[in-house]
Design a protein around this ligand. Structure first.
Ligand code: ZN
Length: 483
């Protein structure tokens, strides 16, 4: 046992073993409404999937599929879509949802209120919080999640999170975060929560070497993710980029989330956030930014030119009164955009399908605020339900740099979710795809990763959610009562 929770070498061995088990099966899905999200945006009203060894072998009309498999599931009345991809989260924050003193605060006040609580986090807390967030995500149709862990109090390690995710069964882009700019140096976090560059870089290298799997179908990939301009020194930004590029792993950070951050960057670095990123060599197709709300038109062009990605987190941006990211402008410029529920202390829930709906609605609010009207409707378009779903699927995959997920196509990972459309809240709907975006957010009926059921008939099958909730409640109470 290491870190009080698990031994990482045994997990790696177990991961390989689990992959071998998945490779023994074939799965046939029939009679569903298939939304492929492929380049042709094919939808197949009576379609299905044939899956072998955790990979999609065929996507077609039901009569054209093989007639049998080791497991056959008739999904008449269900919509099947690629597994949703979450591009930004902080799993540990499930333990500090709706903390009264942080309910009605903007980003900087919210952070300084919560840092002392987060400083009490233990490895076991991190394990429990990770499973809670991933269980919620799985029930909302998510099959791949990126998580940004940037504080490591009391011996907590990224390893705890990776072990927890393995038990739930979702793919994990584990972003090894860091903070090195404490309050005494003009940063936002307390000095007790920041680490030296040496500690950060040594552990970053360790987790890459132990866990990063660059191959198609990887269950775990490592990302390097210094937290934000106001909590990390320029040196750690630069050195993290060099280390990531040496190993071929991706880079992630918060950027331009609030106007306060823009002012911080101007005062501290003499640059707006995007210019600062260029100075520390944080632009490229291997970089994606969370939020990117406060950007000017020329900065959107910089992100497009360098093929950077954006994790759009609309609920969090509303919750913290941060603003509305210019998603339609990003899309028009060719910037890859995915969706993120963000940490559970600034969204208070990890429902990725709900985030798809919110992304559509907020994009329309922005259009309304910038002059959309009947008189110019002919040359401006509103975000559609299918475009919003694309952000949550293939958009997220592009942001993470994963070509093996995000659409239902031959050769891609067998990652999908299915939703029964026969529900009271969906009656009277006239478009099966729009139903799940315009309609009330629901839990999915099936979530499948690499051909393996994570959610079946509406229930998580890999963990007991009642026991998990009890354990999580106790951990959250202990953190709170110690304050
Ligand atoms: Zn965040």
């Amino acid at each position: 046992m290491e870190g009080g929770v698990f031994c990482y070498t045994s997990v790696v061995r177990y991961l390989h073993h689990a992959t071998e088990v998945v490779h023994m099966t074939t799965l046939l899905i029939t009679h569903a409404y298939i939304v492929t999200m492929d380049d042709r945006q094919r939808e197949i009203p009576d379609g299905g999937l044939f899956i072998r060894d955790g990979v999609i072998e065929q996507v077609s009309a039901t009569p054209d599929l093989p007639s049998t498999a080791e497991e056959v599931l008739d999904l008449t009345g269900h919509l099947v879509l690629p597994g949703l991809v979450n591009t930004h989260h902080h799993f540990y924050q499930t333990l500090t949802r709706a903390v009264p003193a942080a309910q009605d605060a903007n980003l900087f006040t919210w952070l300084t209120t919560l840092y002392p609580l987060w400083a009490r986090l233990t490895p076991a807390d991190l394990f429990t919080a990770t499973q809670t967030a991933l269980a919620e995500l799985a029930l909302s149709g998510c099959t791949t999640a990126a998580d940004h862990l940037y504080l490591f109090p009391n011996g907590a390690r990224l390893d705890d999170e990776i072990a927890a995710a393995h038990e739930v069964g979702l793919r994990l882009q584990a972003a090894r975060g860091s903070m090195s700019l404490g309050a005494s140096q003009g940063g936002l976090p307390p000095d007790a929560l920041v680490d030296s560059a040496e500690v950060i870089l040594r552990d970053s290298q360790r987790v890459i070497e132990h866990y990063h799997d660059p191959s198609p179908g990887a269950m775990v990939q490592i990302v390097l993710a210094p937290c934000s301009p106001f909590s990390v020194t320029p040196d750690v930004m630069k050195q993290s980029a060099q280390l990531a590029r040496h190993y071929g792993v991706h880079l992630h950070t918060h950027l331009a989330e609030t106007e306060d951050e823009v002012q911080f960057c101007l005062q501290k670095f003499g640059q707006r956030p995007v210019g600062y990123m260029q100075d520390v060599e944080w632009v490229g197709e291997d970089v994606w930014f969370a939020h990117a709300v406060w950007v000017q038109d020329d900065e959107i062009q910089v992100l497009a030119k360098h093929h950077c990605g954006v994790a759009h987190c609309p609920t969090s941006n509303m919750r913290l009164a941060s603003g509305i990211a210019p998603v339609q402008a990003y899309r028009a410029a060719g910037v890859n955009v995915g969706l993120g529920v963000d940490g559970s202390a600034s969204n208070d829930g990890s429902h990725l399908l709900a985030e798809v709906r919110t992304a559509l609605l907020v994009a329309r609010v922005k259009e309304g605020l910038t002059g959309y009207s009947l008189s110019n409707a002919s040359h401006r378009t509103l975000m559609t339900a299918r475009e919003a779903l694309a952000l949550g699927t293939r958009g997220g995959a592009a942001v993470l740099g994963r070509k093996d997920i995000g659409s239902l196509e031959r050769g891609k990972c067998a990652d999908f979710c299915a939703i029964n459309l026969q529900r009271l809240g969906f009656t009277g709907m006239h478009d099966p795809v729009a139903t799940i975006v315009f309609g009330q957010p629901v839990h999915v009926d099936y979530t499948v990763v690499a051909g393996k059921f994570i959610v079946k008939e509406g229930h998580l099958v890999t963990l007991d959610t009642r026991q998990l909730a009890e354990k999580h409640t106790q951990a959250a109470k202990r953190l709170w009562q110690a304050s």
